[in-house]
Write a protein that binds this ligand. Structure first.
Ligand code: GLY
Length: 369
């Protein structure tokens, strides 16, 4: 690839050394950088689905450097996240993102017994969202009782992890039922994925698709494509079921076909021509999935595609100055709702950028499986 990824990883570690101090001084769980300061999530306090990415970033940097300051900051964030178990109201299927990458990472890297207990607690919360008609309920609003979303493919790793840790197959059974439903109902013949499918919560029959965070009904929200790409890859790593690998490669081919010439990623692959709406989180996450696919299949084309994405981010969209607490620019939370951020820095964009750099450099502790 064109960029020096070792140098980029070193610069990221240096930048977040300072930014971790700023977060601890502010006493908050960072969501995004604004005018040189960290700000918290716009919705649901520390129960907002992204809360685990900041400690996850700290654990990536701890694995990369061995510096204890990152561990201390990760644990400070974990305290805030585990406090959310008591308020409970806003927690949803994204307890996978939140706790596998924070407490689960802590247990994986340090053997911390309390962190393992907290991760198992989160796995039980996710298991409790399963509707036996065939899907894991995504969100909490009463009218969304039948909603399942492609993002959940990333959360299933928490369930597979819980079965490995406890020997209890219920967690993995549920994860496989949900993955099979997703394979059947979300992955389209051309390799693209729907964001939201609504099921009848009484009998599991498909009711309808919703556009969700994408441009419009039937379009291809790029982060949803990245969740599908990486999520089915993780499902394969957890089960060795070839159907999931086949789905991951079909989604990957569709994604790679839509990488922009500059290596960046549009927010929706069906957005109107001339509309400049980028989501670099999607590109960074897809790069991580593609690097795993390259390892699994031995097909170097997936690595080349991942390198194109990371080169695009490093060439055009990294802010290494102290004017921003984070690095990756042009992150967009949702196509139509700018409330959670449009063309800005958001911590989970930084997380996936650093995970991709760690994979390319051989330091990734693989926090997902
Ligand atoms: N999981 C929600 C999102 O990707 O915005």
């Amino acid at each position: 690839m064109r960029n020096d990824v070792k140098a980029a990883a070193g610069k990221a570690a240096e930048k977040f050394r300072r930014s971790a101090r700023l977060a601890a001084e502010a006493g908050i769980l960072p969501y995004k950088s604004e005018n040189g300061h960290w700000v918290t999530s716009p919705y649901d306090g520390n129960s907002w689905w992204t809360g685990g990415f900041w400690p996850a970033l700290m654990w990536q940097l701890y694995a990369m450097t061995g510096e204890e300051a990152y561990m201390a900051e990760a644990r400070r964030a974990e305290e805030m996240l585990t406090a959310e178990f008591r308020s409970f109201t806003y927690l949803n299927h994204d307890v996978g993102f939140m706790y596998l990458l924070s407490c689960g990472a802590d247990y994986k890297l340090t053997g911390n017994a309390q962190a393992k207990t907290d991760t198992l607690h989160a796995a039980n919360l996710l298991l409790g969202r399963f509707n036996p008609v065939g899907y894991i309920r995504a969100w909490n609003e009463p009218y969304k009782m039948g909603y399942a979303i492609i993002d959940c493919m990333m959360n299933l790793s928490l369930l597979f992890w819980a079965t490995r840790e406890t020997g209890d197959p219920r967690f993995a059974h549920v994860a496989k039922i949900h993955a099979d439903t997703t394979l059947r109902e979300f992955v389209r013949p051309n390799g693209s994925c729907s964001h939201i499918i609504e099921f009848d919560p009484q009998d599991g029959k498909r009711v309808q698709e919703h556009p969700g965070q994408g441009y419009t009904l039937g379009s291809s929200w790029s982060r949803g494509q990245a969740w599908g790409l990486y999520g089915f890859t993780l499902a394969y790593l957890n089960t060795r079921d070839e159907r999931y690998l086949d789905a991951a490669t079909r989604i990957a081919a569709y994604f790679v076909d839509h990488i922009r010439p500059d290596g960046l990623t549009n927010c929706d692959f069906c957005q109107p021509a001339g509309e400049e709406r980028i989501d670099n989180i999607a590109g960074a996450c897809a790069a991580c999935g593609l690097l795993e696919l390259a390892k699994i299949t031995g097909d170097a084309a997936w690595r080349t595609a991942a390198e194109r994405l990371v080169d695009g981010l490093l060439d055009h969209c990294c802010d290494w100055t102290d004017g921003s607490c984070g690095i990756l620019t042009h992150c967009t939370a949702s196509y139509h709702d700018d409330g959670a951020g449009r063309h800005t820095n958001i911590t989970y964009g930084d997380y996936f950028l650093v995970e991709a750099l760690a994979k390319l450099n051989g330091t990734d502790p693989m926090l997902w499986v």
